[in-house]
Write a new protein. Structure first.
Length: 322
């Protein structure tokens, strides 16, 4: 089948670099004489036929912008068979011969569902969590890490001035990647990850040891999904004498915002180009992913049937330098 018109959507949690990817998709398609419809708010917009034509001009001036110009959503309706049928129906109504889905784990599961219904589809990994199997890095991770270390550097300034310990909570769902890597590159004293039992006494000891070594601060990074969140951990530590007074900072959604770093602009661009070229070349039911410094094609079935727990790989590294 000759592809004349494709759809592109961003879905799930937004990630810096999504716009760079949308731009690359639109421009690569145009280069090949293919029209692009931008789908507004992910699968939700697809089901309700909320689309707009995107020309090369429409995606000018967006490569440096955080968020997503297409907006995004987490669609409950698309999880149902009927929702998926509606989506395919709308695609046919709008003359879409294929679709590029830019998003995280759940969005790629949605892409798989479309492929099963016979839709030519390519997935692009985009999520600050870096929990997507088949790609060393997802779009948005590098920017989120830079946001986190910038925040921790600032917290250390105030912590050092007041002789305080800070418990900093990062996002990342069940993966722990953001916490683990930011812990290494911000010089944190301890990182607490999902899936590991937290011994409050040993956390207290790390903080107390830092005090006794003459440090004027301590930074404990707690990943989302860890046994205790930052607030709970601070409660647990409340009655223990650890030398420093403690404060809690939950970084929250600022980790998802901001203009994409050079790395994320390039990654979004490379993945966007490759996804369109693959789709136009007849490839479907695949995700484009970064492996080493190459862009690889990974079957969506493999992507959605594996969970990625990259944090473990870095635990040893952290022990050497903390
Ligand atoms: O998947 C990205 C992410 O930011 C996770 O780290 C976090 O658990 C979740 O999304 C938060 O979702 P929401 O924006 O719906 O609160």
């Amino acid at each position: 089948m000759t592809i004349k018109r494709i759809g592109v959507m961003t879905s799930g949690g937004d990630a810096p670099g999504m716009n760079a990817c949308v731009r690359a998709v639109v421009r690569t398609a145009a280069y090949n004489g293919v029209e692009v419809l931008g789908i507004i708010q992910g699968y939700e917009g697809l089901i309700h036929g909320e689309v707009k034509e995107l020309t090369t001009r429409d995606v000018g001036g967006i490569i440096q912008r955080g968020g997503t110009i297409l907006q995004t959503a987490r669609s409950q309706q698309f999880r149902t068979k009927q929702g998926q049928r509606e989506a395919v129906r709308e695609m046919n109504e709008n003359g879409m011969d294929g679709i590029i889905v830019i998003g995280g784990d759940g969005s790629l599961k949605g892409a798989r569902a479309l492929a099963e219904l016979g839709v030519p589809v390519m997935g692009v990994p985009a999520s600050i969590d870096n929990d997507i199997f088949g790609s060393d890095m997802s779009i948005g991770v590098d920017t989120a890490l830079n946001t986190i270390i910038d925040a921790i550097d600032k917290l250390r300034d105030t912590a050092s001035s007041h002789n305080r310990a800070f418990i900093v909570e990062t996002m990342g769902r069940d993966c722990g990647y953001l916490a683990q890597i930011s812990g290494i590159i911000s010089g944190a004293e301890m990182v607490l990850l999902p899936g590991a039992e937290i011994n409050v006494e040993s956390v207290a000891k790390v903080i107390e040891d830092s005090y006794m070594k003459g440090k004027n601060h301590a930074i404990i990074v707690v990943a989302e999904g860890a046994q205790y969140n930052a607030t709970q951990l601070s409660q647990e530590l409340k009655d223990l004498d650890v030398g420093f007074h403690t404060r809690v900072t939950i970084l929250g959604h600022i980790q998802r915002g901001g203009g994409p770093t050079a790395f994320d602009r390039l990654l979004g661009t490379r993945l966007g180009i490759k996804s369109v070229e693959a789709l136009l070349g007849g490839t479907t039911d695949m995700m484009v992913g970064l492996q080493g410094n190459k862009i690889a094609l990974v079957p969506l079935t493999e992507v959605v049937s594996h969970t990625r727990n990259v944090a473990d790989d870095y635990m040893e590294l952290f022990k050497r330098v903390s």
